[in-house]
Design a protein around this ligand. Structure first.
Ligand SMILES: NC(=O)C1=CN([C@@H]2O[C@H](COP(=O)(O)OP(=O)(O)OC[C@H]3O[C@@H](n4cnc5c(N)ncnc54)[C@H](OP(=O)(O)O)[C@@H]3O)[C@@H](O)[C@H]2O)[C@@H](O)CC1
Ligand SMILES: Nc1ncnc2c1ncn2[C@@H]1O[C@H](COP(=O)(O)OP(=O)(O)O)[C@@H](O)[C@H]1O
Length: 341
C-alpha cells in the first residue's frame, strides 16, 4: 500500500442524529425475539472475560432479540481462578444463551477481549469460516488480524465492519505494507487512510477516537464526534462493539441487500446471484456504525450527567467520570432520547 496523500478532502459528511431513527425503530406488534435480531458473540478469553460481559450487556441494552454466546474453542484454562467467559457473561446477563454452534444467528461480533497471540488454531479456523458466509460480521480488537484474509476472494462473502482504535489501525496499515501512520492515525489524515483501508479490504472501517471516522469500500466517509472525553476509559470500545453488532443483527437483511428493497419485499436469497456487489452493500453498514457511535456517545453523556452537552458537541468537558458498564446501562435512555420528539 502506498502512503496516503495528506488529507485535504473534507469528509463526505457528519452523521445527523435524525438519521439514526430508522435504525433504532421500536419493535412492532408483529415482532418476536428472532425477528428483532439474533447476535452471535465470539468474544472474551481466559485473560479478558470482562470484555465479553461488556459486549453482551451492550447488546441486550441496545434491544437485541437474542444474544447467543459461543465459548472460545480450546486454549488455556481460566487464569487466577477466574470464571470462564461464558460463566462470566451468564452471571451478568442470564438472558444470554450459551451454545457451541448456535443456529439463527443474524450477525456476528468477534474479537473483543481476545489476544491473537493466544488464539488456538481451531478458533482461528472457525472465525475465518464466518467470513465465507453471508451474515454480517463485526470484527473488533484481538480478531482484527482476520480482516487481512479479505485479500483472498474466498473470505469476501460476509459484509464486514472492523472497529480498530488508532493503535490497531496502525498495525493493520503496516501489515498491508504502509509505512505511515506510525502509531498516530490522527497525524496522517485519517479520513484518507481509513478510506484506503476500507477499499483495500472491502470492509467498512470504524476508526475510533474523539472524532470517529467511518469509511465504506465505496469511498464514502462519515464522521461522528467529538464524543465526550469521559469515554476514554477501559472497556468502552467493547461496549461500542456490542452496539454495532446488535444493529447489524437487527438489520442484517438490509445490510445484505445494501439498503435496496427487493421485488415484492424479497430478501437476499431470492435475489439473482451477482446482482448486488459487496461495495453496494457497504454504505448501510456504515450508517449502522455511525448510528452506533452516536448512541454510544449519548449513552456516555447520560451516564456522566452531562445534561448540557449534545452528542457531537465540542464543548468544554461536562459531567463526571464513568465506567464502561455505566455507558452500557445508559443505552436504553440514549435510544429513547434519539427517538424522542
Ligand atoms: N475488561 C476487559 O476485559 C477489557 C479488555 N480489553 C481487551 O484488551 C485487549 C487489548 O486491547 P488494548 O487496546 O488494551 O491493547 P492493544 O491492542 O495492544 O492496543 C494498545 C496499543 O495501541 C496503542 N494505541 C495507539 N492509539 C491508541 C488508542 N487510541 N487507544 C488505545 N491504544 C492505542 C498503544 O500505544 P501507546 O499509545 O500507549 O504508545 C498501545 O501500545 C483487547 O482484546 C481488548 O478488547 C480492553 O477492551 C479493556 C477492558
Ligand atoms: N479522548 C476521547 N474522547 C472521546 N471518546 C474517546 C476518547 N478516547 C477514546 N474514546 C472512545 O472510547 C472508546 C475506546 O475504545 P477502545 O480504544 O477500543 O477501548 P477498550 O479496548 O478499552 O474498550 C471508543 O469508542 C473511542 O471512540
Amino acid at each position: 500500500m502506498n502512503d496516503p496523500a495528506p488529507d485535504t478532502t473534507s469528509p463526505s459528511g457528519a452523521w445527523d442524529p435524525a438519521a439514526c431513527a430508522p435504525y433504532l425503530a421500536p419493535p412492532t406488534a408483529a415482532d418476536h425475539k428472532y425477528s428483532r435480531g439474533v447476535l452471535g458473540l465470539r468474544t472474551g478469553s481466559p485473560a479478558y472475560p470482562g470484555a465479553a460481559v461488556l459486549g453482551a450487556e451492550a447488546a441486550w441494552r441496545t434491544g437485541a432479540g437474542l444474544v447467543q454466546f459461543v465459548p472460545p474453542v480450546g486454549g488455556t484454562a481460566p487464569l487466577f481462578g477466574m470464571p470462564s467467559p461464558a460463566a462470566t457473561v451468564l452471571a451478568a446477563r442470564p438472558e444470554t444463551v450459551v451454545s457451541r454452534s448456535p443456529d439463527r444467528v443474524d450477525a456476528w461480533l468477534v474479537g473483543s477481549g481476545t489476544d491473537p497471540e493466544a488464539r488456538p488454531k481451531a478458533e482461528t479456523d472457525e472465525l475465518a469460516e464466518l467470513l465465507t458466509q453471508r451474515r454480517p460480521v463485526i470484527i473488533d480488537a484481538g480478531a482484527l488480524d482476520l480482516c487481512l484474509l479479505r485479500r483472498d476472494e474466498r473470505f469476501r462473502v460476509a459484509p464486514v465492519a472492523i472497529t480498530p482504535h488508532a493503535g490497531e489501525f496502525a498495525r493493520l496499515w503496516r501489515a498491508l505494507g504502509g509505512s505511515r501512520p506510525t502509531d498516530d492515525a490522527g497525524s496522517l489524515g485519517s479520513a484518507e487512510a481509513t478510506a484506503q483501508l476500507a477499499k483495500r479490504l472491502d470492509v467498512t472501517v470504524l476508526l475510533k477516537g474523539s472524532v470517529t471516522t467511518i469509511a465504506s469500500p465505496s469511498g464514502d466517509i462519515v464522521t461522528v464526534g467529538p464524543a465526550t472525553p469521559w469515554l476514554a476509559t477501559a472497556g468502552t470500545g467493547d461496549v461500542l462493539a456490542g452496539i454495532v453488532g446488535t444493529l447489524a443483527a437487527r438489520h442484517a437483511g438490509l445490510v445484505r441487500r445494501g439498503g435496496l428493497v427487493g421485488p415484492a419485499g424479497t430478501d437476499w436469497p431470492d435475489w439473482p446471484a451477482g446482482q448486488i456487489g459487496l461495495a453496494d452493500r457497504a454504505p448501510v453498514l456504515a450508517e449502522l456504525c455511525a448510528t452506533a457511535v452516536l448512541l454510544h456517545d449519548i449513552a456516555a453523556r447520560i451516564a456522566s450527567g452531562d445534561s448540557g452537552g449534545s452528542a457531537g458537541a465540542a464543548s468544554s468537558i461536562l459531567g463526571r467520570p464513568i465506567t464502561a458498564l455505566d455507558v452500557a446501562r445508559s443505552i436504553p435512555a440514549a435510544v429513547e432520547r434519539l427517538l424522542g420528539p
